[in-house]
Design a protein around this ligand. Structure first.
Ligand code: CP3
Length: 347
């Protein structure tokens, strides 16, 4: 069994499935509104304004590293950014989330989507990665990320967040050829975008297929798997570990594993031990504290953190995280306690 080198990044060691002490910890959405220093910047800049400004993006990326002592920085961006150079009109509406004003609804809309020059248009994200990499010690890697083809397509088609994904599934069922063309375009764009982040210094990648869990295993296999698999094959050439994350994926886990990823992200709906068994111990696992547990009394939160660590059984390849992103009203103090507890319990 491989053991990590002292002074190396614990997150990279865990992603390579080496025995790692302490267990690395970071949080999805660790840069965000629960941090007062983030809110101070957001008072003066929009979300898209921060993403377009590498200095500001780097600053908010680093905020949780300094404040919490997490073991990785995730570059500040959004999974919807690549849709802008493809021709979609993206806005974030205060209190409502993302809005795409010209959603894709027909094969003709799909044919019109651009896919050239995307990496160039997204150069501020790579520049932010470069600045963050230069500011951090070598023990703290930068995580680059993108959405998976299905989740990004669902926003492009619905025009925003969705509950039932009716338009997405309708397009998938009615126009399977156009659907495949759309996902193939996204695979090329997202692959190029992620490669640019690695070139700029990202040492780990995370692919967010947040909403894959709305699909049945047979629909996932037929409409999504070939595309996600193609993306992971491309990413395999980049030489960095990749984390594959989704929510509500219990029944889909074997398919997500087959599609790709060195580490599979788990939400809180399965015990970490049960989830890891379904994934297979030859992959790493990331997760899986319920983000709402951070609102619980300190003793209850501690019990849940201890339970996750116990279920990992000291196996190599566990990255501690939430089962989904931090919520805006989360008490910062609880987040810090989780970092310290994970580190002290696994030292
Ligand atoms: O710290 C980090 O995690 C890095 C930054 C990051 C953002 N978005 C910035 C952001 C990351 C990793 C994302 C990913 C993302 N964006 C996902 C996948 C993760 C998940 O939650 O499943 C999705 C689905 C999106 C799309 C998106 N962006 C939504 C649905 C919303 C609105 C909901 C919300 O949380 O407010 C956003 C806005 C957004 N993206 C915010 C941040 C910090 C909050 C808005 C703000 O600061 O004004």
């Amino acid at each position: 069994m491989a053991v990590s080198v002292p002074g190396a990044s614990t997150l990279l060691s865990a992603a390579r499935r080496e025995v790692t002490r302490p267990t690395p910890v970071w949080f999805m959405r660790q840069a965000g509104r629960y941090l007062p220093e983030y809110r101070a910047i957001r008072e003066k800049h929009t979300l898209l304004g921060i993403c377009a400004n590498p200095q500001l993006a780097a600053e908010v990326t680093l905020q949780p590293v300094w404040r919490l002592g997490v073991d990785a920085a995730i570059v500040f961006a959004d999974i919807l950014l690549p849709l802008v150079p493809m021709g979609l009109d993206l806005a974030f509406v205060e209190g409502e989330g993302p809005l795409l004003r010209n959603p894709i609804r027909s094969p003709a809309d799909i044919a019109r989507l651009g896919e050239t020059d995307v990496a160039n248009a997204l150069a501020p994200v790579s520049e932010a990665v470069r600045l963050v990499r230069a500011a951090l010690p070598p023990t703290v890697p930068v995580i680059g990320f993108a959405g998976a083809p299905f989740t990004v397509a669902s926003y492009a088609i619905e025009g925003g967040s969705s509950r039932h994904f009716v338009e997405t599934k309708r397009l998938m069922y009615e126009h399977p050829d156009a659907w495949n063309a759309l996902l193939a375009k996204l695979v090329r764009v997202l692959g190029e975008y992620l490669a640019a982040q690695v070139e700029a210094g990202a040492e780990v990648l995370q692919v967010f297929d947040s909403w894959a869990g709305v699909l049945s295993p047979s629909d996932y296999r037929r409409y999504v798997f070939p595309h996600t698999r193609a993306l992971f094959v491309q990413l395999g050439l980049l030489g960095v570990p990749v984390i594959h994350f989704g929510v509500n994926t219990g029944e889909l886990l074997p398919l997500l594993v087959e599609a790709g990823g060195d580490v599979i992200g788990l939400d809180w709906r399965l015990g970490l031990d049960d989830g890891w068994k379904r994934i297979g111990f030859e992959r790493g696992v990331q997760g899986n504290l319920d983000p709402v547990a951070l609102f619980a009394p300190a003793a209850e939160l501690e019990k849940r953190v201890r339970d996750i660590i116990a279920r990992a059984e000291g196996r190599p390849g566990h990255i501690f995280n939430l089962g989904h992103g931090l919520l805006p009203a989360t008490p910062v103090d609880a987040v810090r306690r989780v970092v310290d507890l994970v580190h002290s319990l696994t030292a």
